[in-house]
Design a protein around this ligand. Sequence first.
Ligand code: TMP
Length: 215
Amino acid sequence: MTAPRFITLEGGEGAGKSTHLRRLGESMRALGETVVLTREPGGSEGAEQIRALLVGGAVNRWEPVTEALLHYAARRDHVERTIRPALDAGSWVLCDRFADSTMAYQGYGQGLARDRIEALHRIVLGEFKPALTLILDLPVEEGLIRARGRGGAAGEDRYERMGPGFHERLRAGFLDIAVREPARCVIIEATRPVEAVAAAIRAAVRERLGLGLPA
Ligand code: TMP
């Protein structure tokens, strides 16, 4: 089932997802909406613990099936403990990464077949999916430079270390996901200045979900 108040932000490393999640949340709150901001992997106590197993350590620490299972274990906990209760209470939920990241990173990036990931999604979450997914797109090298410059939480660079070929595959993967599901996904060109990207995001939310956000 499509959750009408569930919006996800997706994209490769350094695309600016967290900045834009925060900004979109502020714009929606200014309209009087209730908004919960969250992230994956993480967003609930258990899922944050699983996150630590995924974002640090050796690049080849997990093989792709195990890695997808860990992401889906974290996602199940996050949906059950954070996302669904917030939606049931009438809030909007804005999430930094969700299931498309597993398809892009473990599927297109690490080579796990699309139908296996789709089957895993059905087992864990049925048809649950966001009403709108904003995919922030920018060239791989630019994103990796931004991500390295940002520093981030200590030791959270396992995916950044996976090599340019991996990041090119997942970028193409996100674009392919958007082509396959145009009713749900909007590509946002993220090389532009922050203000222009924020405006493009507000426009997408206005047009797709009918919210009265400013231009
Ligand atoms: P973050 O840096 O956006 O917080 O995300 C942590 C990393 O986890 C990021 O490099 C992408 C990766 N990831 C996956 O590989 N599969 C997934 O399903 C998710 C949610 C994230």
